[in-house]
Design a protein around this ligand. Structure first.
Ligand code: ADP
Length: 454
């Protein structure tokens, strides 16, 4: 079997390795999943939920190691790696309960007919996940699929196989054999899994790969849930609280070194407040500490690999050549690091305002009105998250006109518990989380009978 080596992007050192699966290995794993699935489904909703929850103590005990591996494999600050792993242990109870509530049969009645809606498993689910939240994304893909009664084959990102592997294997020990399996490899392994005998594909990653998966799934009419990239706008209106807006702009542009699907990628600020807003942004940017995620106090790590760094550097260089001003960062940096960078004077002729950037770059463009901000914010094929800062009713009016799936008013785009994680337009096809999201991991079957014969 070929070996997949996981490399620390902060140092270039190997972290460890896993065996990469061939198409034949994947076929074997999918057959084992297919064989295990009927008995798993037959256990029923509550017993499945209980089996998954029984893994919580083991996952909690392994959380520190899983979190360390996340930091070593993709560079995020250690408290964030450990926090993510800990959430993927202790947070399981709430996730599972929410799925159970969503999947209980529902009764509908009118004067003549009684209908039961059942939420049945599809069969075998392929979960293909990215590296930026290397434990959270496996959890959000795997749990609802399992609770719904599917068997799952997880293929984590080739950048972060070790942390995802430890998380999934710790969970799988509490489940019947074959119900949750892990395969490793790059895009070719992902593609082989999609083309194998699976019924549902849940994928988080780039728009280009999402399109390829949908094409590969089409011949078999396989179900897909695709969470794709974003190009999230932040609109700062003239009546915004500039301290709060700048704090959000810096946090959400540089968190995880900008490698977040709902990172702020474009900032439209009213020209009347651009100066004081930029002053605040620069002050906060200067306070950031970049380095190896294991060093205390570091809040911005490296890019996950050299390819990502090259994309970011190329887009910054193009923007600067076209007239953008570099207010922070912008210079060369060692290894896979890109310093937190603030650019102003941008416009939509520049690639950095149109294509996914996925780096620690805050891109600021001055606008003359909320209407202009809406037009520019919506001038993108993407539509994942968005945020508007301003006087509440004004910001809500602007927010309602945005074409994103999740819109934050004077906050980021995360909602109350039960809110789906949903992208509009090219940012998603299907979605997960919340009642409506959990139901997408199940086939609805409606069983109806006349009331008169009750
Ligand atoms: P990135 O290259 O930025 O990590 P991708 O969207 O290419 O983003 O990768 C996300 C996940 O999709 C990874 O697990 C990757 O191995 C997998 N993948 C890449 N190409 C394919 C493909 N054609 N079919 C299925 N999975 C794929």
């Amino acid at each position: 079997m070929p070996t997949l080596v996981s490399v620390n992007p902060a140092t270039g050192e190997p972290v460890g390795s896993v065996e990469a699966a061939t198409a034949a290995d994947i076929g074997h794993v999918v057959r084992a999943a297919r064989a295990a699935q009927p008995a798993w489904a037959a256990l029923g909703l509550d017993a499945r939920a209980a089996a998954v929850k029984a893994a919580i103590p083991d996952l909690a005990a392994a959380a520190d190691r899983i979190g360390e591996l996340a930091t070593l494999e993709m560079g995020k600050p250690l408290p964030e790696g450990k926090g993510e792993a800990s959430h993927c242990a202790t947070g399981i109870g709430d996730e599972v309960d929410e799925s159970v509530d969503a999947l209980r049969p529902e009764l509908l009645e009118d004067k003549r007919t009684r209908t039961e809606l059942h939420f049945d498993p599809f069969g075998v689910c392929a979960a293909i996940t990215p590296w930026n939240f290397p434990v959270l994304m496996p959890m959000q893909s795997v749990l609802p699929a399992l609770v719904a009664g599917n068997a799952v084959v997880l293929k984590p990102s080739e950048e972060t196989p070790l942390c995802a592997d430890l998380w999934a294997r710790t969970l799988a020990k509490h489940l019947p054999a074959g119900v949750l399996q892990v395969v490793h490899g790059a895009g070719d392994a992902g593609r082989a899994l999609v083309l194998d005998d699976v019924d549902l594909i849940v994928f988080t990653g780039s728009r280009a790969t999402g399109i390829r998966i949908m094409q590969d799934a089409a011949a078999g009419l396989k179900r897909v849930i695709l969470e794709l990239g974003g190009k999230d706008p932040l609109v700062v209106l003239a009546d915004a609280d500039l301290d709060a807006a700048a704090a959000f702009a810096v946090r959400n542009s540089f968190r995880n070194a900008g490698q977040v699907c709902v990172s702020t990628e474009r900032i439209y600020v009213h020209r009347d407040v651009e100066g004081p807003f930029l002053d605040r942004v620069l002050e906060r940017t200067k306070a950031l500490k970049q380095g190896d995620g294991r060093e205390p106090g570091v809040n911005v790590g490296p890019m996950v690999n050299a390819r990502q760094k090259q994309v970011v550097e190329r887009q910054v260089a193009q923007a600067v050549a076209a007239g953008a001003r570099v207010l922070a960062g912008g210079g060369p940096a060692p290894g896979n690091f890109v310093p937190p960078t603030v650019l102003a004077g941008l416009d939509h002729s520049m690639e950095i305002m149109r294509e996914a950037n996925f780096g620690p770059v805050a891109c600021v463009m001055a606008i003359g009105s909320g209407t202009a901000a809406v037009r520019l914010a919506n001038d993108s094929p993407y539509g994942l998250g968005a945020a508007v800062f301003g006087e509440r009713t004004h910001a809500e009016r602007v927010g309602r006109a945005l074409s994103a799936g999740m819109i934050g008013i004077n906050q980021g785009c995360g909602g109350a518990s039960g809110t789906p994680w949903v992208g509009a337009r090219h940012s998603g096809y299907g979605f997960h989380s919340g009642k409506a999201g959990h139901r997408q991991f199940a086939q609805v079957r409606a069983v109806s009978r006349p009331l008169a014969t009750a």
